[in-house]
Design a protein around this ligand. Structure first.
Ligand code: AGP
Length: 599
C-alpha cells in the first residue's frame, strides 16, 4: 500500500511530485523515489526513509515538467534504496512506480532472467519494467498492456520511457485518480494529492489506463478502446487536509469528532424522527446481515451487531474481511453484506465484497472516502462525511461509523414498522456536546499518560458494547505507542488473562453505568486484589470505584446505544498522549499504513 503520483503539465514537476508524496505518505513511508523525463532521457533519485529525505536530493535532477514518483510500504524486499521505486528495465530507459502486489512475479522473473534480463532489486514490482521492456516496440501503451496481460495481482502503475514524451498509467485493484487541471494533469493514489491543483477528478476502474501527453489525456481499456468517463468534483477543501495548528493529524481528528459526528447525522433524521438513508435496496427478502471489516472498522462492526440486533431485531454476523472469503462463507440472496471501511480501499474488504456478490448477496457500504473502490462496488452506501482522516490511527471515522450504524439500525427498525423511543433521538442530538465534554478532560488524561507511559503492557476490559470499546482502546495504544495491549470482555478475565495481572500491569476498565455495572465492579475487585493498577472510565466517582482507584476519567452518562462513541474518546486521547510523550511520530507509526490495499 504505497502512494504513487505522476505529473504532466507546464510547471516544474519535482516540487509538485514531492508535495504530492507528502500528502500520500500516510499510505507508506519507508522509502521513496522520483523520476523526471526530459529530452535527454529519464533522471531519478531514490532514498530509504521519508519523502523529506528525497526532497533534499531532487534539486540535483534538473527541472522538467513531466515526472512520476512513489512513497513505499514494503511488501517484497526490505525498505532500502535499491528496492525503492521507480524500477527500471535493463537499459534504464523505462521507469515504473507501482502500488499493489504482483502475485506471480517469481514465475515471470524466472522467465525473464532466462531471456537475459538482469534484476537488481528484491521487489515484485521490478518485474513490470522488464516485462514492458520485453514487449517494447516504440509504443509504450502497447508494451504496457501486453505486459499487464501476464500479470496476476493488483497494480496502480505509472510508466515513463526515454523515447516517448508521455506517461502511461494503468489500474487493477489499486486506487488511481486522475486530476484535471488547467493545462496540467495529475495522477495519484488518492484525491488528497491532486486537491491543491484541481477539484475535477476521474476515478479509474479496474483494467483501465490513462495516457498523459502534452496538455491532454485519454482513458482506454486494456483492449485499447476509448472509455467514456464521468468527471467528479472533490468536496473536500485543501485546508481540510492541513493540521490547523495541532501537533499531529491524529490529535486534530480526535478534536474534530463533535463536528464529524454532526456531519454524519446531518439531514438523516427528519423532523418526525424518520431516518433518511440512501439505502435503495429491497430489504423484503433480507433475513440476515453479514458485516465484514478490518481493524478499527471491525470494532465498529461489533457494535453495529449489538445495535442492529437490539433496535431492529435483524440477526447480524460479523466477520474479519480477511477471513471471510477463504472460509467459503454460506451467504446468498437473502443476506445483506455490509462492508465497513474508512478508506474504501482495503483489499480484504474488497475481496470479501466480491465473494458475497458472486454468491448473489445484496451489498451495502459504510464508507468515508467518496468515490473509493468499495463505494463504487457496493449496491448502495452510506457516506460518513467525517472529512479526510490522515492520521494512520483511525479516530473520528470510528465515531462516525458507530453513528452511521446507529442510524442504520433505526432505519431498519422503522422499515419494519417498529416505533423508536423519542428519548433516544434527544440523546442522539446531544452526542456532539457530550463528546465536547469528554474532550475537555484532555488535561487529566495527559497526567495519566505521564504516569503510565513507561508500562510494558496494558489490559483493557469492558462488557456489552464496552467490550469492542476495550478492543479499540487497546488497538489505538498498540498501533501508535508500540506498547503491547489486549482488549477483553471483562467477564473473560478469570478464564485466563487475569494471570497477567501484577503490580506493573495497568488495567483500563470501561466502567460506565449500565445493567452490567455491578459485574464490572466485581471484576475491578478481582484485579485490585492482585495489585493491578486500575484506570477507570466512569460516569461518576462513587465510593466503590474510589476505593479501588484514583485514576478515573469521567465521561457524561448516556444511553447504552451511544456509550461506545463517548467511551472511546478518552482511550484515543490516552493512547495519543502516551505515544506523543514517548516521542513517536504518531501520524506515521512504524510498520503501518492508512489504507491496506494488499491482501
Ligand atoms: C486503525 O487505526 C488502523 N488504521 C487500521 O486497523 C484500519 O482500521 C484498518 O486497516 C481498516 O481500514 P479501513 O477502515 O480503511 O478499511
Amino acid at each position: 500500500m504505497c502512494g504513487i503520483i505522476a505529473y504532466f503539465g507546464k510547471k516544474n514537476a519535482a516540487p509538485i511530485l514531492i508535495d504530492g508524496l507528502k500528502k500520500l505518505e500516510y499510505r507508506g513511508y519507508d522509502s521513496a523515489g522520483v523520476c523526471l523525463w526530459d529530452e535527454d532521457g529519464i533522471h531519478s533519485s531514490k532514498v530509504k526513509g521519508r519523502v523529506s529525505d528525497l526532497e533534499n536530493l531532487v534539486s540535483g535532477l534538473g527541472s522538467s515538467n513531466i515526472g512520476i514518483a512513489h512513497t513505499r510500504w514494503a511488501t517484497h524486499g526490505e525498505p532500502n534504496e535499491i528496492n525503492a521505486h521507480p524500477h527500471f528495465d535493463c537499459k534504464k530507459e523505462i521507469a515504473v512506480v507501482h502500488n499493489g502486489i504482483i502475485e506471480n512475479y517469481s514465475a515471470l522473473k524466472e522467465i525473464l532472467e532466462k531471456e537475459g534480463h538482469i534484476f537488481v532489486s528484491k521487489t515484485d514490482s521490478e518485474v513490470l519494467s522488464h516485462l514492458i521492456e520485453k514487449f517494447y516496440k516504440n509504443n509504450l501503451e502497447d508494451a504496457v498492456v501486453r505486459a499487464l496481460r501476464l500479470v496476476e495481482g493488483t497494480f496502480g502503475i505509472a510508466v515513463v520511457c526515454k523515447k516517448e514524451k508521455k506517461i502511461v498509467v494503468a489500474k487493477r485493484g489499486s486506487p488511481i485518480v486522475l486530476g484535471l487541471g488547467d493545462k496540467e494533469n495529475i495522477i495519484a493514489s488518492d484525491a488528497v494529492a491532486v486537491l491543491p491543483y484541481t477539484k475535477k477528478v476521474i476515478y479509474l476502474n479496474d483494467n483501465e489506463m490513462v495516457v498523459l501527453t502534452e496538455g491532454s489525456y485519454s482513458v482506454k481499456n486494456f483492449k485499447g478502446q476509448a472509455v467514456e468517463k464521468s468527471i467528479d468534483e472533490i468536496k473536500w477543501t485543501a485546508s481540510e487536509i492541513e493540521k490547523k495548528g495541532y501537533k499531529h493529524f491524529m490529535l486534530k481528528e480526535i478534536f474534530e469528532q463533535p463536528g464529524a459526528v454532526e456531519n454524519t447525522l446531518r439531514g438523516r433524521i427528519d423532523k418526525n424522527h424518520k431516518i433518511k438513508l440512501s439505502v435503495d435496496i429491497d430489504l423484503e427478502p433480507i433475513k440476515r446481515i453479514v458485516i465484514v471489516a478490518c481493524g478499527t472498522s471491525w470494532h465498529s462492526a461489533l457494535i453495529g451487531k449489538y445495535l442492529i440486533e437490539k433496535i431492529a431485531g435483524f440477526p447480524v454476523e460479523v466477520d474479519y474481511a480477511s477471513e471471510f472469503r477463504y472460509r467459503n462463507p454460506i451467504i446468498g440472496p437473502s443476506d445483506l453484506l455490509l462492508a465497513i471501511s474508512q478508506s474504501g480501499e482495503t483489499a480484504d474488504v474488497l475481496a470479501a465484497l466480491k465473494e458475497a456478490k458472486n454468491k448473489g448477496s445484496k451489498t451495502l457500504g459504510i464508507i468515508n472516502v467518496v468515490g473509493s473502490t468499495v463505494a463504487r462496488e457496493v449496491d448502495s452506501g452510506i457516506y460518513l462525511h467525517a472529512g479526510p482522516e490522515i492520521g494512520v490511527a483511525s479516530t473520528k471515522a470510528f465515531s462516525c461509523q458507530v453513528t452511521a450504524l446507529l442510524l442504520l439500525a433505526l432505519f431498519l427498525a422503522q422499515q419494519k414498522g417498529k416505533k423508536i423511543e423519542k428519548g433516544l433521538f434527544d440523546e442522539i442530538y446531544s452526542l456532539p456536546s457530550k463528546i465536547e465534554e469528554v474532550l475537555s478532560q484532555a488535561g487529566k488524561i495527559i497526567l495519566l499518560a505521564k504516569k503510565f507511559k513507561d508500562s510494558e503492557d496494558f489490559i483493557y476490559l469492558g462488557r456489552g458494547t464496552n467490550f469492542p470499546v476495550a478492543l479499540e482502546g487497546a488497538l489505538k495504544l498498540k498501533e501508535i505507542s508500540y506498547i503491547h495491549a489486549e482488549g477483553y470482555p471483562a467477564g473473560e478475565m478469570k478464564h485466563g488473562p487475569i494471570a497477567l495481572v501484577d503490580v506493573k500491569m495497568p488495567v483500563v476498565f470501561i466502567a460506565t453505568k449500565d445493567e452490567t455495572y455491578a459485574k464490572i465492579l466485581s471484576n475491578m475487585e478481582e484485579v485490585h486484589a492482585r495489585g493491578g493498577k486500575i484506570i477507570a472510565v466512569a460516569n461518576e466517582v462513587d465510593s466503590h470505584i474510589n476505593s479501588l482507584t484514583k485514576d478515573i476519567i469521567l465521561v457524561p452518562k448516556c444511553r447504552e446505544e451511544l456509550m461506545p462513541i463517548i467511551n472511546t474518546v478518552p482511550l484515543q486521547l490516552l493512547a495519543y498522549h502516551i505515544a506523543d510523550l514517548k516521542g513517536i511520530d504518531v501520524d506515521k507509526p512504524r510498520n503501518l499504513a492508512k489504507s491496506v490495499t494488499v491482501e
